[in-house]
Structures are given as structure tokens and as C-alpha cells.
Ligand binder design. Structure first.
Ligand code: C5P
Length: 226
């Protein structure tokens, strides 16, 4: 069954823990660079101590030795999923996979959703790039290097699923019910759509974080994804 991952995009660990107190059925949480920089590993230990599966979304992209060291540190913290940039290349990805061992699933971030074709082309010194093809190209490199899966929008998930088969995890943010506002997300999907496209993990932030009854909204997402 697809997992609902609550993105803990809150200003402090205390606020994140208060939110989790109100959603006792939560099983997966995502911690990004803001909360991690503010609260550090003690916060991760607190989440793990609450029996939560922690997805550490720090999008590592560095020389292989450094990324492998970061992955090892995450594994020591009992994090179960973490992100690396696939543009780091096959050597970096393989080093990360070796450091992660069996306990830590690494998923690849391909083209950031903030890029458009011209901006991405400019960043890599090329003419405007066909982003869908570029995402697929990088996804293949990621899986070849041993990554467990990819992070992508729901729109890209179907193509990746068809290209890579049933095995890889596909982690999809930008999930909204029809009653939710998109916020700053431009490529959103309902839980039903994302699962149909092959998503295995649905990342949900503001619809749960800003709800007056976050537990009820969490349950709605879970039921819709089932
Ligand atoms: O609040 P919302 O549901 O839009 O949160 C989505 C989460 O997924 C945020 O933590 C955001 O940083 C993350 N994310 C995203 N788009 C990506 C990669 C990650 O929205 N392409």
C-alpha cells in the first residue's frame, strides 16, 4: 500500500512534534534542510524514538567520499530513506548506495521542479533541454547505480514507471485533494492520480500541516491512496 509521508515543513522541532502528537497514525515523516539545520540529529533521534520512519531530504550532491560519509551518518541515525542528486553521477551514486547498505533506501532527485527547459539548459551549458527525456535519462542512471527509486512529480511518474518497471520506489510530492489550494506548487495531483501513475510514497505537507483537524485530513489522504 502506498505510504503517506508528512513533510515536516515547520519552523521548529517543537512545532513538528506538536503536530505529530495530533496525528498519532502518522508512520512516515520527511525532514528537510531547514528543520535539520535548526534542530540537528537529536530531532531525528526523537522521531525515530517515536517509531516513525524518517525520510531525510537533504538532496546530497558532492564528491563520492563526502556523500558516502553523509549517507553513513544518516544510516547511523536509523533514517530509512534519503535523497541524492542524480546529477552527481554514477560514481557518486554507487558510493552512496554502498554506504547505505540494506537499511537505508536512497532515492534520486533528477531535474528540480523549479527548472524550466531554458533555465536547465543554461545551468548545464546546453540549448533548452527536453526535461521529460532528461528526467528519464537520469532515472536510468540512478537505477543502474543501485538507487532504490526516484523522486518526481506525478506527471513524470507514469513515464518513469513504464520505463523502469514495477520495482523502483517512486516518491511524489505536490499531492492535493480537490478541495486543497495548490499553494506554490504548479504540478499537483490527487492521491488517486499519483498512485495510478505508479507512486509508492506520497509526500504531503501543507494540506495536513495547516488543517484544523490534521488527523482527519491525514486519514483522508491515506484512504484515497489505498
Ligand atoms: O506543502 P506541500 O505538500 O507542497 O509540500 C511538499 C513537500 O515536498 C515540500 O517539503 C517540498 O520541499 C517537497 N518537494 C516538492 N517538490 C519537489 C521536491 C520536493 O514539493 N520537486
Amino acid at each position: 500500500m502506498p505510504e503517506i509521508v508528512i513533510a515536516l515543513d515547520l519552523p521548529s522541532g517543537a512545532e513538528a512534534l506538536r503536530l505529530l502528537d495530533r496525528v498519532p497514525e502518522a508512520t512516515w515523516v520527511k525532514v528537510g534542510p531547514i528543520l535539520m539545520t535548526r534542530e540537528g540529529p537529536a530531532f531525528i533521534r526523537e522521531l525515530v524514538g517515536r517509531q516513525l520512519q524518517v525520510f531525510l531530504d537533504l538532496k546530497w550532491h558532492d564528491i563520492p567520499n563526502t556523500v558516502a560519509g553523509a549517507v553513513e551518518a544518516a544510516r547511523e541515525l536509523a533514517v530509512v530513506m534519503a535523497t541524492v542528486h542524480t546529477l552527481g553521477g554514477e560514481k557518486m551514486l554507487s558510493a552512496a548506495v554502498s554506504a547505505g547498505g540494506f537499511g537505508l533506501a536512497l532515492v534520486g532527485v533528477t531535474v528540480l521542479t523549479s527548472h524550466d527547459a531554458a533555465g536547465y539548459g543554461a545551468a548545464v551549458g546546453r540549448a533548452p533541454v527536453d526535461l521529460a527525456a532528461e528526467v528519464e535519462r537520469q532515472a536510468e542512471i540512478a537505477i543502474r547505480a543501485g538507487l532504490r527509486g526516484l523522486v518526481c512529480s506525478s506527471g513524470e511518474a507514469g513515464r518513469i514507471r513504464r520505463r523502469l518497471g514495477p520495482d523502483p520506489w517512486i516518491v511524489v510530492p505536490g499531492i492535493r485533494r480537490s478541495v486543497d489550494s495548490a499553494g506554490d506548487q504548479t504540478r499537483i495531483a490527487t492521491p488517486e492520480q499519483a498512485v495510478r501513475e505508479g507512486a509508492t510514497h506520497l509526500v504531503v505537507g501543507r494540506p495536513v500541516l495547516n488543517a484544523s483537524d490534521p488527523a482527519a485530513v491525514f486519514r483522508e489522504f491515506r484512504a484515497a491512496a489505498a
